[in-house]
Design a protein around this ligand. Structure first.
Ligand SMILES: [Zn+2]
Length: 358
């Protein structure tokens, strides 16, 4: 075996080596069950950790675990790499100090306060232009031109979940909400109804914020004819930096909260004006559903844009939703194939830990 291969399989630490409870639980989840004494703490019961495991723990706990969201974008407060080994500048809680040192010496890395690239905080020119009502329409024109169209074919299936409908067996209960209540969502506006659906049932449940007490129903829907949709989940190929990227602007827009809705609503209105039947857009819950991390970077570059398999990378962390304009069931563009009652038996939360101070 080469040195590298030996190192890759060599156990250096175990989950009992750490004092911080979050690090103990995380390393116990990801480590390997293996008989024998830990070379560091000499205990027998902990899950064994290679250098790769320790690097994974370091990223989850200190990078992902210190990530803060902004109005648009998100960035970690702490980063680590081999160049900072021996030059660490973070100030962890007293119980975490030795754990930090152990991770640094084992993985030969150093933790440091990260000054994020400004694009990660939403300093993206097309995004700023979208927020300004004077320049918004120019950018929306580009969105309509540069994003591809996708046909939702006749016979393709998608789902729509309703919580506590009055007449659950009636197909028209699954149409867009009536016009007088339109204007509360991400893409509908006053006087402009939109039907939200997805091919991922779990996302439908998230999107309607259902709980175990709700009476829930799911309609299986299918288009009556091919529907022309503007595909905002596409990854644009661009020759510009993140700061000028329309792709990054739209990506950030759909991961932002309700302060962004006036922009997405204007995009929907413009798409309807261009004779689209609806849009496909990335679910706000994409990261929760896929376990992705927001705006991941390597050396300050967006992985979404610079990953060797950027498109596959981006798609792996994105769940597409449909927004169909008008009242597609009433207008006979979509038909209800089946309706089921849905019983939630388990609602799960998955997570990991981060430090409280750094
Ligand atoms: Zn140990």
């Amino acid at each position: 075996m080469t040195d590298d291969a030996t190192n890759a399989t060599q156990f250096l630490l175990c989950s009992n080596c750490f004092v911080d409870e979050g690090l103990r639980i995380d390393s116990s989840k990801h480590g390997i069950e293996q008989e024998g004494e830990c070379p560091n703490c000499k205990s027998h019961g902990g899950k064994k950790l290679t250098r790769e495991h320790v690097l994974g723990i370091a990223h989850r706990f200190f990078v992902s675990g210190t990530t803060i969201r902004f109005d648009y974008g998100a960035a970690p407060r702490v980063q680590c790499n081999e160049y900072h080994y021996g030059k660490s500048d973070i100030s962890p809680s007293p119980w975490l100090k030795n754990d930090v040192k152990l991770i640094e010496d084992t993985a030969k890395i150093g933790f440091f306060h990260y000054g994020p690239r400004f694009w990660m905080l939403g300093e993206v020119e097309p995004l700023k232009a979208l927020q300004d009502s004077a320049t918004r329409s120019q950018i929306i024109d580009r969105v309509l031109k540069e994003y591809p169209e996708r046909i939702l074919e006749k016979e393709e299936l998608f789902y729509r979940v309703r919580v506590n409908p009055q007449r659950p067996a009636e197909p028209d209960e699954y149409d867009s909400p009536p016009l007088h209540v339109a204007g509360k969502g991400r893409l509908d506006s006053a006087g402009f109804a939109v039907m939200y659906g997805s091919q991922d049932i779990d996302i439908c449940i998230h999107e309607c914020r259902a709980t175990a007490e709700d009476d829930m129903y799911v309609a299986t829907l299918t288009p009556v004819r091919g529907l022309r949709l503007l595909d905002l989940t596409a990854v644009l190929k661009e020759e510009v930096t993140e700061f000028e990227s329309l792709d990054m602007a739209v990506h950030m827009l759909f991961l932002a909260k309700s302060h962004s809705y006036e922009i997405s609503r204007d995009i929907a209105i413009a798409a309807r004006g261009a004779d689209f039947d609806g849009v496909i857009y990335p679910s706000y819950f994409s990261l929760l559903r896929t376990g992705g991390r927001p705006f991941e970077t390597a050396y300050g570059l967006s992985l979404r844009r610079f990953h060797p398999q950027a498109e596959q990378y981006a798609k792996a962390y994105m769940i597409p939703n449909f927004a169909l304009f008008g009242r597609p069931i009433e207008q006979r563009n979509v038909t209800v194939k089946c309706i089921n009652r849905m019983i939630l038996t388990q609602i799960g939360y998955l997570g990991h830990f981060g430090p409280v101070a750094y």
